[in-house]
Design a protein around this ligand. Structure first.
Ligand SMILES: [Zn+2]
Ligand SMILES: [Zn+2]
Length: 326
């Protein structure tokens, strides 16, 4: 993923600022934007980045004299204050303390064994609010030690300091969200698209393959406006998503199409076998077009309904077909 849509450099000759139209003096920091056939320049103070996300100094790849470095740092601090850092796990390590007085449950052991099956984050985000008994358990050292070992197998725990709840949360903030591998602060990388830490190894997995908007349309043969996709910005400011996001969005999209179709079908006197056919369409395996599916039948209505669920194609024909049966 591209981190910035601009470059910062020291002005080597007088150029004009694209915002205030005044000249940019030699020797000061200027922002340079590569457009198709020319560059646009800006004073640092006149420039607002297009991509609303954290900017790490190392992505700008600029070495500066102390005076200019201070100017750039101030500008970056001001811009970054609203965003989660992409190059470090957090600003300040979190601290937590109990807000409510509570006493141990007499069923502590039983609850503990049950909570061991659950998600650690759900424990403190949801279950701890249920009642005082659960709130008390949500601070149980034994339980948090268990979660640390279960979820971050190779993590080095500080057994002197205890406070495994805080240790767990720090581990979560520092580790790859997908494989749970711990990332050192030097190598820390947060994905701007999903806002979560991700390691170098996972970035190479097929599910995290980056796809341009146009590529999604070509590969999946679907109008991306129909899918609720959250695009990020890639090279040349083109819209990108991860492959897994497309796959997940497609399942949701097809599930909705199928439900709508079934609802409409049930209002008609359709042949129950046709309803059966639609009910049995597995929306998670619709990569293949109708003609490529193994169990493809000759029935044009089957094809029409299949394609409607898969791509929302021929919506009018589908609705007309249903109307004709009513
Ligand atoms: Zn200016
Ligand atoms: Zn990973």
């Amino acid at each position: 993923m591209k981190r910035t849509s601009f470059q910062a450099e020291i002005s080597k000759r007088d150029t004009k600022c694209n915002t205030c139209k005044e000249s940019i003096d030699r020797g000061v920091i200027r922002i340079k934007i590569h457009l198709m056939d020319h560059y646009d320049y800006y004073h640092l103070k006149c420039y607002t980045p297009k991509i609303k996300q954290y900017i790490s100094k190392k992505d700008l790849g600029i070495t500066l004299d102390p005076e200019n470095a201070k100017i750039l740092d101030e500008w970056l601090d001001n811009w970054n204050k609203d965003y989660a850092p992409l190059d470090k796990a957090f600003h300040e390590p979190p601290t937590f303390s109990k807000l409510v007085e509570s006493t141990p449950s007499k069923y502590r052991r039983a609850w503990l064994e049950i909570f061991k099956f659950l998600d650690a984050v759900e424990l403190f985000k949801i279950y701890s609010h249920v009642n005082k008994e659960f709130y008390h358990i949500s601070w149980d050292e034994e339980l948090w030690h268990f979660y640390c070992v279960r979820d971050y197998t190779n993590a080095a725990l500080d057994d002197e300091k205890k406070n495994y709840r805080t240790q767990y949360i720090i581990l979560r903030m520092e580790s790859c969200f997908w494989c749970h591998a711990h990332q050192s602060q030097e190598k820390f990388n947060r994905c701007p698209l999903i806002g979560k830490p991700i390691c170098e190894k996972c970035k190479k997995l097929k599910r995290f393959e980056q796809m341009y908007k146009s590529e999604v349309e070509a590969v999946y043969g679907i109008n991306t406006n129909l899918l609720q996709l959250k695009f990020g910005i890639g090279t040349w400011n083109r819209k990108i998503v991860y492959r897994y996001m497309v796959d997940e969005a497609l399942v949701i999209f097809r599930k909705r199409n199928k439900e709508f179709l079934l609802e409409e079908m049930k209002k008609t006197n359709l042949d129950p076998a046709l309803i059966d056919f639609v009910e049995n369409i597995d929306i998670t395996t619709m990569d293949k077009s109708w003609s490529e599916t193994l169990e493809s039948s000759e029935d044009p209505v089957h094809e029409l309904f299949y394609n409607y669920i898969r791509d929302k194609k021929s919506e009018k024909r589908v609705l007309n077909k249903l109307k004709s049966i009513k």
